[in-house]
Design a protein around this ligand. Structure first.
Ligand code: PLP
Length: 307
């Protein structure tokens, strides 16, 4: 809580064909995105003037649109990519964070038939930020295992990135009450899922595990799995019973907003010796090194000069 600037005060937004200050983006309260959390989104980051894995983010966004049955957005993939470039170029920063958000839109009649909605697209670019503080990035963060469970996948598909997040809200207030800032949620069977904005990894006996179900299929998670191969670490997606998290040698979070973020305590108990472990550190170095690789980065297109 070191930053006293209001969230959203700085940034470039796009909606209805126009770029505008982020703080001016608005949706009406009649949009089902507000009333039902009927929306989906994606978040990409830009590092040193290059998008990281933009195609993967656009693919996941499109899959979310398809799963949510959004078919009247009015922008194809190329047009959406142009909007990403347009927002970041107008922001004018080398390191940025870009959100693409689609909402169901406003229905035609009072019976709110969802099929009558024209789907809405918004985007905004803001300065790059991580979901943990600089100190937590180097020292590790403290997380708790919440009693609130992750909403079952049969109710809401977690592979569609969405703002229907009251399970995370309940879990976060549990964390605040217990002196932590972050909470991981279990599923109905007591296996670890994820937290607000991140996937989680646990290293035990040389095996690096991240939950295989009940979670967003994170692009950073995918990157970590690829990098673990290059380090000859057995990285896998599997069920992660909570006891394996508690007894882990190393634990870290993964997210577009921060990369690889070490965890130093779980429910107040130190993970390993309480400092970021060597595998976490090595993966983090490789993760940032990958940002120089043209195969997984896309340079932000400069704005064309006014004619
Ligand atoms: C619920 C949830 N899980 C995991 C992640 C991490 O996904 P990614 O690595 O694609 O940023 C996010 C990112 O915002 C998220 O919201």
């Amino acid at each position: 809580m070191s930053d006293h600037t209001d969230y959203g005060s700085d940034g470039v937004g796009f909606m209805d064909g126009e770029y505008m200050p982020f703080s001016q983006l608005r949706i009406p309260v009649t949009d089902m995105g507000f009333q039902l959390a009927d929306m989906c989104y994606d978040a990409v980051h830009v590092w040193k003037g290059r998008f990281f894995r933009l195609d993967d983010h656009l693919d996941r966004f499109q899959q979310g649109l398809d799963k949510r049955r959004y078919d009247s957005l009015g922008y194809d993939r190329d047009a959406i990519a142009e909007i990403c470039h347009g927002c970041v170029a107008r922001l004018g920063l080398d390191d940025a964070f870009l959100m693409l958000v689609a909402t169901r839109g406003v229905p035609k009649g009072a019976n709110k038939d969802l099929r009558t909605c024209k789907n809405r697209l918004m985007a905004w670019a803001t300065p790059y930020h991580a979901i943990v503080s600089d100190e937590e990035m180097t020292e590790g963060c403290d997380i708790v295992v919440a009693n609130t469970i992750r909403i079952p996948t049969e109710a809401v598909d977690p592979t569609v990135k969405n703002f229907g997040r009251l399970d995370f809200v309940g879990a976060l207030f549990e964390a605040y009450d217990r002196g932590a800032d972050y909470a991981v949620l279990l599923d109905e069977e007591g296996c670890v899922t994820e937290g607000r904005g991140w996937n989680i990894f646990a290293l035990k006996g040389g095996i690096l595990t991240s939950p295989d179900s009940g979670v967003l299929e994170g692009i950073t998670r995918q990157t970590v799995l690829e990098l673990s191969g290059t380090l000859n670490i057995d990285g896998r997606l599997a069920r992660l019973p909570v006891d394996q998290l508690r007894g882990a040698d190393e634990v870290f979070l993964s997210s577009t907003a921060g990369g690889i973020m070490p965890v130093r305590t779980v429910d107040g108990e130190a993970v390993g010796d309480g400092a970021p472990g060597p595998v976490t550190q090595r993966l983090s170095e490789l993760y940032w090194k990958m940002h120089e690789d043209p195969a997984c980065t896309t340079p932000v297109k400069p704005l064309s000069p006014p004619s």
